[in-house]
Design a protein. Structure first.
Length: 334
């Protein structure tokens, strides 16, 4: 298949549904060979495609998937269930004439993340692009937020970005040191909640803000190895948004469906392609037909006394500076 990603090998995590599925299909349509990762858990991260009716249970390590993926240090990979979301997306890609394999490993474990990179190398002999997308929700107001819910969301979003990134980066560094500097791309998934905060989502907001920090550091550290790293803050209709923001996310009866997940994917595909040369360390907010380059923390009004202030003086100065500063954006749900 031809397209701006022809010949590239792309890994997409959490690609069984929603945004990840849309990204995987879009990359394949542009000629990429795709490793479709999905653990097949529910909205809250509990085992089972639709999640349990009762309280969420923490997600443990899972078995890597697909006969075409890998032989891990623990032994040969176990094929994913034919009914798994990852296999379903692979079937869609193949039916359209593309190439894809499924991976059902838990990318928030070191072994799972390592096996994800190995899946691409074993199946296609290379890795060009990593799209970190996997995630789930455990929404609670802060006073009701359990430690397990905090840890689970940090694990899948933040650790689930770090570990695949680290293993992919190690591969690309080795390639660069061997004289084969790659044209490599990483696209991370943050959120408006990570930029502004979201009431009832303290864990999710903190994790998504952490992803932005990770993106900036990775972009700076990995540039020497031919790796560009960017992040998106998408808004689209997924399992994580269709109920929480039902009115906003509902599909219209006619006309442009602004919240369709596929609207986000063209930017992700471009960022994951060689065509995005020179673009790194950036955060893009995107929904519907809109793309916005986000401009992060920058120095605003400043006052320097040249000496230590008293608390009263510090407060007086702070109030004067705030009077001349731009108002912060509203927290979602406030």
């Amino acid at each position: 298949m031809s397209g701006i990603c022809a010949g590239r090998v792309v890994v997409v995590t959490g690609a069984g549904r929603g945004l990840g599925r849309a990204h995987a299909l879009a990359f394949a349509a542009e000629g990429a060979r795709v490793v479709v990762n999905d653990l097949g858990v529910g909205l809250d991260g509990a085992p089972g495609a639709d999640g349990p009716a009762g309280p969420a249970t923490p997600v443990g390590p899972a078995t890597p998937a697909s006969p075409a993926t890998l032989a891990s240090p623990a032994g040969p990979a176990t094929p994913a269930s034919p009914a798994s979301p990852a296999e379903a997306v692979v079937d869609e890609i193949r039916a359209a004439g593309g190439e894809a394999v499924a991976h059902g490993g838990d990318i928030a474990t070191d072994a799972g993340a390592e096996s994800l990179v190995a899946a691409a190398l074993d199946a296609y002999g290379r890795l060009d692009t990593l799209v970190n997308n996997a995630g789930f929700l455990r929404d609670r107001m802060l006073v009701n937020l359990a430690e397990d819910d905090w840890d689970a969301v940090m694990r899948v979003h933040l650790k689930g970005h770090f570990l695949p990134l680290r293993h992919a980066a190690a591969h690309w560094r080795a390639e660069a040191k061997a004289g084969r500097t790659p044209v490599a791309r990483i696209v991370n998934t943050s959120s408006g909640a990570g930029l502004l905060g979201s009431v009832g989502q303290g864990n999710y907001s903190a994790a998504k803000a952490g992803i932005i920090g990770l993106t900036l550091v990775a972009a700076a550290e990995l540039a020497r190895y031919g790796v560009q790293v960017n992040a998106i803050a998408p808004a689209a209709r997924t399992r994580m948004t269709e109920h929480a923001f039902a009115a906003t996310m509902a599909a219209p009866d006619t006309g442009f469906d602004a919240m369709a997940p596929g609207n986000v994917s063209p930017l992700v595909v471009w960022l994951g392609s060689a065509a995005s040369a020179g673009v790194t360390g950036r955060v893009f907010e995107t929904e519907g037909g809109r793309i916005t380059v986000m401009e992060g923390w920058r120095p605003g009004p400043t006052a320097d006394k040249g000496a230590r202030r008293t608390p009263a003086e510090a407060g007086e100065t702070a109030l004067k500076l705030l009077a001349g500063a731009a108002a912060p954006g509203a927290v979602y749900g406030a």
